[in-house]
Design a protein around this ligand. Sequence first.
Ligand code: ADP
Ligand code: MG
Ligand code: ZN
Length: 414
Amino acid sequence: MTDAKQQVLKEVFGFDDFRPGQADIIDTLLAGRSALAVMPTGAGKSLCFQVPALVLGGLTIVVSPLVALMQDQVAALRLAGVEAETINSSRSREDNIASWRRVAAGETRLLYLAPERLMTERMLTALERLDVRLIAVDEAHCISQWGPAFRPEYEDLARLREIFPGVPIAALTATADATTRKDVVERLFGNQAESFVLGFDRPNLQLGVEVKRTWKNQLLAFVQRYESASGIVYCLSRRKTEEAAAFLAENGVKALAYHAGMDKQLRDANQNAFMTDDGVVMVATIAFGMGIDKPDVRFVFHCDLPASVEAYYQEIGRAGRDGQPAEVQMLYGLDDIRMRRVFIEQEDGGDDRRRREHQRLDALIGYCESPSCRRRLLLEYFGETMENCGNCDLCRNPVELSDGTAEGQKILAV
Ligand code: ADP
Ligand code: MG
Ligand code: ZN
Protein backbone atom coordinates (compact mmCIF):
# COMPACT_ATOMS: atom_id res chain seq x y z
CA MET A 1 0.00 0.00 0.00
CA THR A 2 2.96 2.35 -0.26
CA ASP A 3 2.17 5.06 -2.71
CA ALA A 4 4.46 7.76 -4.04
CA LYS A 5 3.82 10.24 -1.25
CA GLN A 6 4.44 7.63 1.40
CA GLN A 7 7.70 6.71 -0.26
CA VAL A 8 8.88 10.33 -0.38
CA LEU A 9 7.93 10.79 3.27
CA LYS A 10 10.03 7.84 4.24
CA GLU A 11 12.96 8.08 1.88
CA VAL A 12 13.49 11.82 1.76
CA PHE A 13 12.24 12.99 5.14
CA GLY A 14 12.72 9.82 7.15
CA PHE A 15 9.22 9.75 8.69
CA ASP A 16 6.95 6.73 8.90
CA ASP A 17 3.54 8.35 9.15
CA PHE A 18 1.82 11.45 8.03
CA ARG A 19 0.50 13.71 10.70
CA PRO A 20 -3.21 14.57 10.83
CA GLY A 21 -4.32 16.42 7.74
CA GLN A 22 -1.09 16.03 5.81
CA ALA A 23 -2.10 13.06 3.67
CA ASP A 24 -5.46 14.61 2.72
CA ILE A 25 -3.93 17.92 1.76
CA ILE A 26 -1.20 16.22 -0.25
CA ASP A 27 -3.73 14.04 -2.08
CA THR A 28 -5.80 17.10 -2.96
CA LEU A 29 -2.80 18.89 -4.42
CA LEU A 30 -1.64 15.80 -6.29
CA ALA A 31 -5.11 15.58 -7.82
CA GLY A 32 -4.55 19.07 -9.21
CA ARG A 33 -6.84 20.93 -6.82
CA SER A 34 -5.93 23.87 -4.63
CA ALA A 35 -5.94 23.35 -0.89
CA LEU A 36 -5.98 25.48 2.19
CA ALA A 37 -4.24 23.82 5.11
CA VAL A 38 -5.06 25.17 8.53
CA MET A 39 -2.82 23.61 11.13
CA PRO A 40 -1.28 24.84 14.34
CA THR A 41 2.33 25.96 14.43
CA GLY A 42 4.66 23.00 14.53
CA ALA A 43 2.07 20.63 13.10
CA GLY A 44 3.98 20.12 9.87
CA LYS A 45 2.59 22.43 7.20
CA SER A 46 5.82 22.47 5.18
CA LEU A 47 5.59 18.78 4.30
CA CYS A 48 2.13 19.43 2.84
CA PHE A 49 3.76 21.13 -0.15
CA GLN A 50 7.27 19.68 0.00
CA VAL A 51 6.08 16.11 -0.49
CA PRO A 52 3.86 16.92 -3.50
CA ALA A 53 6.65 19.07 -4.95
CA LEU A 54 8.84 15.97 -5.07
CA VAL A 55 6.11 13.64 -6.26
CA LEU A 56 5.06 16.02 -9.04
CA GLY A 57 8.56 16.89 -10.24
CA GLY A 58 8.99 20.09 -12.25
CA LEU A 59 9.18 23.30 -10.26
CA THR A 60 7.31 24.32 -7.13
CA ILE A 61 7.31 27.99 -6.20
CA VAL A 62 7.16 28.64 -2.47
CA VAL A 63 6.18 32.09 -1.25
CA SER A 64 7.39 32.86 2.21
CA PRO A 65 7.34 36.17 4.06
CA LEU A 66 10.65 36.03 5.89
CA VAL A 67 14.16 35.63 4.55
CA ALA A 68 15.24 33.71 7.64
CA LEU A 69 12.43 31.18 7.16
CA MET A 70 13.37 30.64 3.55
CA GLN A 71 17.04 30.16 4.34
CA ASP A 72 16.21 27.61 7.07
CA GLN A 73 13.88 25.59 4.89
CA VAL A 74 16.21 25.57 1.92
CA ALA A 75 19.12 24.49 4.12
CA ALA A 76 17.04 21.69 5.66
CA LEU A 77 15.86 20.49 2.25
CA ARG A 78 19.38 20.47 0.86
CA LEU A 79 20.51 18.43 3.83
CA ALA A 80 17.85 15.89 2.88
CA GLY A 81 19.23 15.84 -0.65
CA VAL A 82 16.48 17.94 -2.23
CA GLU A 83 17.35 20.53 -4.90
CA ALA A 84 15.98 23.69 -3.32
CA GLU A 85 16.92 27.30 -3.99
CA THR A 86 16.09 30.72 -2.70
CA ILE A 87 16.65 34.03 -4.35
CA ASN A 88 16.50 36.86 -1.86
CA SER A 89 17.94 40.16 -0.78
CA SER A 90 20.23 38.78 1.90
CA ARG A 91 22.34 36.92 -0.65
CA SER A 92 24.96 38.27 -3.00
CA ARG A 93 24.03 39.04 -6.58
CA GLU A 94 26.39 36.30 -7.77
CA ASP A 95 24.75 33.72 -5.51
CA ASN A 96 21.30 34.73 -6.70
CA ILE A 97 22.37 34.48 -10.33
CA ALA A 98 23.88 31.05 -9.79
CA SER A 99 20.65 29.91 -8.13
CA TRP A 100 18.57 31.23 -10.99
CA ARG A 101 20.72 29.36 -13.52
CA ARG A 102 19.97 26.09 -11.75
CA VAL A 103 16.26 26.93 -11.62
CA ALA A 104 16.22 27.83 -15.33
CA ALA A 105 18.06 24.62 -16.17
CA GLY A 106 15.27 22.63 -14.56
CA GLU A 107 17.46 21.29 -11.76
CA THR A 108 15.44 22.83 -8.96
CA ARG A 109 12.38 21.27 -7.34
CA LEU A 110 11.50 24.06 -4.87
CA LEU A 111 12.22 27.76 -5.31
CA TYR A 112 11.61 29.97 -2.28
CA LEU A 113 10.80 33.62 -2.93
CA ALA A 114 9.43 36.57 -1.02
CA PRO A 115 6.14 37.82 -2.51
CA GLU A 116 7.56 41.13 -3.69
CA ARG A 117 10.31 39.38 -5.60
CA LEU A 118 8.02 36.79 -7.15
CA MET A 119 5.48 39.35 -8.31
CA THR A 120 7.87 41.43 -10.42
CA GLU A 121 7.08 41.23 -14.12
CA ARG A 122 10.58 40.05 -14.87
CA MET A 123 10.42 37.12 -12.48
CA LEU A 124 6.92 36.13 -13.53
CA THR A 125 7.81 36.19 -17.23
CA ALA A 126 10.84 34.03 -16.60
CA LEU A 127 8.90 31.58 -14.45
CA GLU A 128 6.07 31.27 -16.95
CA ARG A 129 8.51 29.63 -19.34
CA LEU A 130 9.39 26.97 -16.81
CA ASP A 131 7.55 23.82 -15.79
CA VAL A 132 5.71 25.17 -12.74
CA ARG A 133 3.55 22.44 -11.22
CA LEU A 134 2.67 23.75 -7.79
CA ILE A 135 2.60 27.06 -5.94
CA ALA A 136 2.74 27.14 -2.15
CA VAL A 137 1.87 30.25 -0.18
CA ASP A 138 3.18 29.88 3.34
CA GLU A 139 1.72 32.05 6.12
CA ALA A 140 -1.18 32.65 3.75
CA HIS A 141 -3.18 34.66 6.30
CA CYS A 142 -0.85 37.56 5.46
CA ILE A 143 -2.98 38.12 2.36
CA SER A 144 -6.05 38.95 4.42
CA GLN A 145 -6.74 42.38 5.77
CA TRP A 146 -8.76 40.66 8.46
CA GLY A 147 -5.83 38.52 9.48
CA PRO A 148 -3.49 39.25 12.36
CA ALA A 149 -0.52 39.97 10.12
CA PHE A 150 -1.66 41.63 6.92
CA ARG A 151 1.14 42.35 4.46
CA PRO A 152 0.36 44.56 1.48
CA GLU A 153 2.91 42.72 -0.66
CA TYR A 154 0.83 39.55 -0.26
CA GLU A 155 -2.22 41.15 -1.88
CA ASP A 156 -0.68 40.92 -5.31
CA LEU A 157 -0.52 37.11 -4.98
CA ALA A 158 -4.21 37.05 -5.90
CA ARG A 159 -3.01 37.34 -9.53
CA LEU A 160 -1.15 34.04 -9.36
CA ARG A 161 -4.11 31.88 -10.28
CA GLU A 162 -4.52 33.82 -13.53
CA ILE A 163 -0.83 33.91 -14.35
CA PHE A 164 -0.47 30.16 -13.75
CA PRO A 165 -3.86 28.76 -14.72
CA GLY A 166 -4.36 25.13 -13.81
CA VAL A 167 -1.49 25.08 -11.35
CA PRO A 168 -2.75 24.04 -7.92
CA ILE A 169 -2.08 26.44 -5.07
CA ALA A 170 -1.38 25.32 -1.53
CA ALA A 171 -2.18 27.94 1.08
CA LEU A 172 -0.81 27.26 4.54
CA THR A 173 -1.70 29.02 7.75
CA ALA A 174 -2.03 28.47 11.47
CA THR A 175 -4.81 31.03 11.72
CA ALA A 176 -8.06 29.19 12.17
CA ASP A 177 -10.32 32.22 12.29
CA ALA A 178 -13.16 31.62 9.83
CA THR A 179 -13.31 35.12 8.33
CA THR A 180 -9.61 35.15 7.56
CA ARG A 181 -9.84 31.67 6.12
CA LYS A 182 -12.65 32.59 3.77
CA ASP A 183 -10.79 35.67 2.68
CA VAL A 184 -7.62 33.69 1.94
CA VAL A 185 -9.55 31.18 -0.15
CA GLU A 186 -11.34 33.87 -2.15
CA ARG A 187 -8.24 35.86 -2.86
CA LEU A 188 -5.90 33.01 -3.72
CA PHE A 189 -8.22 30.44 -5.27
CA GLY A 190 -11.04 32.60 -6.59
CA ASN A 191 -14.57 31.29 -6.40
CA GLN A 192 -14.44 28.65 -9.05
CA ALA A 193 -11.64 26.63 -7.49
CA GLU A 194 -12.44 23.80 -5.18
CA SER A 195 -10.86 24.46 -1.88
CA PHE A 196 -10.22 22.08 0.87
CA VAL A 197 -10.04 23.18 4.43
CA LEU A 198 -8.68 20.78 6.89
CA GLY A 199 -7.60 21.67 10.33
CA PHE A 200 -6.35 19.38 12.91
CA ASP A 201 -9.05 19.32 15.46
CA ARG A 202 -12.30 17.67 14.39
CA PRO A 203 -14.81 19.04 16.85
CA ASN A 204 -17.74 17.17 15.28
CA LEU A 205 -16.23 13.78 16.12
CA GLN A 206 -17.44 12.30 19.37
CA LEU A 207 -14.62 10.08 20.59
CA GLY A 208 -15.10 6.98 22.70
CA VAL A 209 -13.24 3.88 23.86
CA GLU A 210 -14.73 0.82 25.49
CA VAL A 211 -13.14 -2.22 27.08
CA LYS A 212 -13.58 -5.23 24.82
CA ARG A 213 -15.85 -7.93 26.21
CA THR A 214 -18.09 -9.73 23.73
CA TRP A 215 -17.04 -7.69 20.75
CA LYS A 216 -19.78 -8.86 18.40
CA ASN A 217 -22.54 -7.82 20.75
CA GLN A 218 -20.82 -4.54 21.52
CA LEU A 219 -20.55 -3.87 17.80
CA LEU A 220 -24.17 -4.77 17.13
CA ALA A 221 -25.46 -2.64 19.99
CA PHE A 222 -23.49 0.31 18.66
CA VAL A 223 -24.51 -0.10 15.04
CA GLN A 224 -28.17 -0.61 15.91
CA ARG A 225 -28.28 2.88 17.39
CA TYR A 226 -27.88 4.10 13.83
CA GLU A 227 -30.57 3.50 11.29
CA SER A 228 -29.81 3.96 7.61
CA ALA A 229 -26.58 5.78 8.33
CA SER A 230 -23.30 5.02 6.58
CA GLY A 231 -20.52 3.76 8.79
CA ILE A 232 -17.19 2.00 8.73
CA VAL A 233 -16.21 -0.88 11.02
CA TYR A 234 -12.51 -1.73 11.16
CA CYS A 235 -11.27 -5.22 12.03
CA LEU A 236 -7.71 -6.44 12.27
CA SER A 237 -8.01 -9.57 10.13
CA ARG A 238 -9.69 -10.45 6.86
CA ARG A 239 -11.46 -13.39 8.42
CA LYS A 240 -12.87 -11.19 11.14
CA THR A 241 -14.31 -8.65 8.70
CA GLU A 242 -16.26 -11.45 7.03
CA GLU A 243 -17.41 -12.82 10.34
CA ALA A 244 -18.52 -9.42 11.61
CA ALA A 245 -20.25 -8.49 8.35
CA ALA A 246 -22.15 -11.78 8.34
CA PHE A 247 -23.16 -11.33 11.98
CA LEU A 248 -24.43 -7.81 11.38
CA ALA A 249 -26.29 -8.93 8.26
CA GLU A 250 -27.97 -11.74 10.19
CA ASN A 251 -29.21 -9.08 12.55
CA GLY A 252 -30.71 -6.92 9.87
CA VAL A 253 -27.88 -4.46 9.28
CA LYS A 254 -26.91 -3.63 5.68
CA ALA A 255 -23.32 -4.69 6.22
CA LEU A 256 -20.72 -5.55 3.57
CA ALA A 257 -17.15 -6.78 3.89
CA TYR A 258 -14.04 -5.32 2.32
CA HIS A 259 -10.46 -6.58 2.43
CA ALA A 260 -7.52 -7.04 0.10
CA GLY A 261 -7.99 -10.82 -0.13
CA MET A 262 -11.43 -10.62 -1.69
CA ASP A 263 -12.29 -11.16 -5.30
CA LYS A 264 -11.75 -7.79 -6.94
CA GLN A 265 -15.17 -7.68 -8.54
CA LEU A 266 -16.98 -8.24 -5.28
CA ARG A 267 -14.73 -5.79 -3.48
CA ASP A 268 -15.43 -3.08 -6.05
CA ALA A 269 -19.15 -3.82 -5.95
CA ASN A 270 -19.16 -3.48 -2.16
CA GLN A 271 -17.24 -0.25 -2.27
CA ASN A 272 -19.63 1.06 -4.89
CA ALA A 273 -22.63 0.16 -2.75
CA PHE A 274 -21.06 1.94 0.21
CA MET A 275 -20.45 5.08 -1.82
CA THR A 276 -23.84 5.27 -3.51
CA ASP A 277 -26.46 3.52 -1.34
CA ASP A 278 -27.77 4.89 1.93
CA GLY A 279 -27.03 3.21 5.19
CA VAL A 280 -24.36 0.73 4.17
CA VAL A 281 -22.00 -0.35 6.94
CA MET A 282 -18.62 -1.31 5.53
CA VAL A 283 -16.78 -3.86 7.63
CA ALA A 284 -13.19 -3.67 6.51
CA THR A 285 -9.53 -4.05 7.16
CA ILE A 286 -7.36 -0.96 6.84
CA ALA A 287 -7.15 -1.76 3.12
CA PHE A 288 -10.37 0.24 2.97
CA GLY A 289 -10.27 3.99 3.21
CA MET A 290 -7.43 5.29 1.08
CA GLY A 291 -8.92 7.81 -1.26
CA ILE A 292 -12.43 7.23 0.05
CA ASP A 293 -14.02 10.62 0.44
CA LYS A 294 -17.62 10.08 1.46
CA PRO A 295 -18.84 13.12 3.34
CA ASP A 296 -21.69 11.58 5.35
CA VAL A 297 -20.02 8.70 7.19
CA ARG A 298 -21.72 8.93 10.60
CA PHE A 299 -19.55 6.51 12.55
CA VAL A 300 -16.28 4.61 12.59
CA PHE A 301 -16.11 1.63 14.90
CA HIS A 302 -12.83 -0.15 15.70
CA CYS A 303 -13.29 -3.77 16.76
CA ASP A 304 -9.55 -3.96 17.40
CA LEU A 305 -6.76 -1.65 18.47
CA PRO A 306 -5.29 0.26 15.49
CA ALA A 307 -1.56 0.28 14.76
CA SER A 308 -0.74 3.69 16.20
CA VAL A 309 -2.23 7.01 17.24
CA GLU A 310 -1.45 8.30 13.75
CA ALA A 311 -3.25 5.39 12.12
CA TYR A 312 -6.18 5.80 14.50
CA TYR A 313 -6.48 9.49 13.71
CA GLN A 314 -6.43 8.81 10.00
CA GLU A 315 -9.05 6.09 10.27
CA ILE A 316 -11.49 8.05 12.43
CA GLY A 317 -10.94 11.04 10.15
CA ARG A 318 -13.13 9.32 7.58
CA ALA A 319 -16.17 10.07 9.73
CA GLY A 320 -18.08 13.33 9.59
CA ARG A 321 -16.29 15.05 6.76
CA ASP A 322 -19.46 17.02 6.12
CA GLY A 323 -18.95 18.69 9.50
CA GLN A 324 -22.12 17.10 10.95
CA PRO A 325 -21.86 15.15 14.21
CA ALA A 326 -20.26 11.72 13.91
CA GLU A 327 -19.29 9.14 16.46
CA VAL A 328 -16.16 7.04 16.71
CA GLN A 329 -15.83 4.13 19.07
CA MET A 330 -12.98 1.74 19.72
CA LEU A 331 -12.89 -1.55 21.58
CA TYR A 332 -9.66 -2.52 23.18
CA GLY A 333 -8.48 -5.31 25.42
CA LEU A 334 -5.33 -6.96 26.67
CA ASP A 335 -5.27 -9.36 23.74
CA ASP A 336 -5.08 -6.46 21.33
CA ILE A 337 -2.04 -5.09 23.08
CA ARG A 338 -0.37 -8.48 23.13
CA MET A 339 -1.08 -8.95 19.45
CA ARG A 340 0.37 -5.58 18.56
CA ARG A 341 3.51 -6.29 20.60
CA VAL A 342 3.95 -9.55 18.72
CA PHE A 343 3.57 -7.72 15.39
CA ILE A 344 6.29 -5.29 16.40
CA GLU A 345 8.64 -8.07 17.41
CA GLN A 346 8.07 -9.79 14.08
CA GLU A 347 8.83 -6.69 12.00
CA ASP A 348 12.15 -6.28 10.24
CA GLY A 349 14.41 -3.53 11.43
CA GLY A 350 16.74 -3.05 14.31
CA ASP A 351 16.21 -2.73 18.03
CA ASP A 352 15.95 1.04 17.77
CA ARG A 353 13.05 0.77 15.45
CA ARG A 354 11.33 -1.79 17.62
CA ARG A 355 11.80 0.34 20.70
CA ARG A 356 10.26 3.28 18.89
CA GLU A 357 7.33 1.17 17.77
CA HIS A 358 6.70 -0.03 21.31
CA GLN A 359 6.74 3.58 22.49
CA ARG A 360 4.22 4.50 19.83
CA LEU A 361 2.01 1.69 20.98
CA ASP A 362 2.36 2.90 24.56
CA ALA A 363 1.04 6.28 23.44
CA LEU A 364 -2.03 4.62 21.95
CA ILE A 365 -2.63 2.60 25.11
CA GLY A 366 -2.30 5.84 27.06
CA TYR A 367 -5.05 7.25 24.89
CA CYS A 368 -7.30 4.24 25.55
CA GLU A 369 -6.74 4.46 29.27
CA SER A 370 -6.89 8.22 29.54
CA PRO A 371 -8.66 9.38 32.69
CA SER A 372 -9.74 12.68 31.12
CA CYS A 373 -10.76 14.29 27.83
CA ARG A 374 -9.70 12.10 24.93
CA ARG A 375 -9.78 14.80 22.32
CA ARG A 376 -7.44 16.93 24.39
CA LEU A 377 -5.04 14.02 24.75
CA LEU A 378 -5.19 13.23 21.05
CA LEU A 379 -4.46 16.82 20.06
CA GLU A 380 -1.71 17.09 22.64
CA TYR A 381 -0.09 14.07 21.09
CA PHE A 382 0.13 16.08 17.87
CA GLY A 383 1.35 19.17 19.67
CA GLU A 384 -1.81 21.19 20.12
CA THR A 385 -3.27 22.32 23.41
CA MET A 386 -6.96 22.74 24.09
CA GLU A 387 -9.56 22.74 26.83
CA ASN A 388 -11.65 19.67 27.63
CA CYS A 389 -13.91 19.10 24.65
CA GLY A 390 -17.17 18.35 26.45
CA ASN A 391 -18.05 15.87 23.71
CA CYS A 392 -15.98 12.71 24.22
CA ASP A 393 -17.06 9.77 26.39
CA LEU A 394 -14.90 10.91 29.30
CA CYS A 395 -16.14 14.49 29.20
CA ARG A 396 -19.73 13.28 29.03
CA ASN A 397 -19.25 10.66 31.68
CA PRO A 398 -16.26 11.39 33.92
CA VAL A 399 -14.37 8.39 35.25
CA GLU A 400 -15.26 8.89 38.93
CA LEU A 401 -18.87 8.15 38.07
CA SER A 402 -18.28 5.22 35.77
CA ASP A 403 -19.51 1.75 36.58
CA GLY A 404 -16.10 0.22 37.01
CA THR A 405 -15.07 2.60 39.74
CA ALA A 406 -18.40 2.42 41.52
CA GLU A 407 -18.21 -1.36 41.35
CA GLY A 408 -14.69 -1.24 42.74
CA GLN A 409 -15.80 0.95 45.60
CA LYS A 410 -18.65 -1.39 46.38
CA ILE A 411 -16.27 -4.31 46.49
CA LEU A 412 -13.85 -2.41 48.70
CA ALA A 413 -16.66 -1.33 51.00
CA VAL A 414 -17.84 -4.86 51.69
P1 ADP B 1 4.55 24.34 10.71
O1 ADP B 1 4.97 25.01 9.45
O2 ADP B 1 3.17 23.76 10.64
O3 ADP B 1 4.69 25.21 11.92
P2 ADP B 1 6.78 22.61 10.16
O4 ADP B 1 6.42 22.30 8.78
O5 ADP B 1 7.87 23.59 10.37
O6 ADP B 1 5.49 23.10 10.97
O7 ADP B 1 7.08 21.24 10.91
C1 ADP B 1 7.34 21.20 12.29
C2 ADP B 1 8.16 19.99 12.63
O8 ADP B 1 7.40 18.81 12.48
C3 ADP B 1 9.39 19.83 11.74
O9 ADP B 1 10.49 19.51 12.55
C4 ADP B 1 9.03 18.66 10.85
O10 ADP B 1 10.16 17.96 10.44
C5 ADP B 1 8.14 17.84 11.76
N1 ADP B 1 7.21 16.97 11.01
C6 ADP B 1 6.36 17.37 10.04
N2 ADP B 1 5.65 16.33 9.57
C7 ADP B 1 6.03 15.24 10.25
C8 ADP B 1 5.67 13.85 10.22
N3 ADP B 1 4.73 13.38 9.38
N4 ADP B 1 6.29 13.00 11.08
C9 ADP B 1 7.22 13.48 11.92
N5 ADP B 1 7.63 14.76 12.00
C10 ADP B 1 7.05 15.65 11.17
MG1 MG C 1 5.62 26.79 8.71
ZN1 ZN D 1 -13.45 15.45 25.90
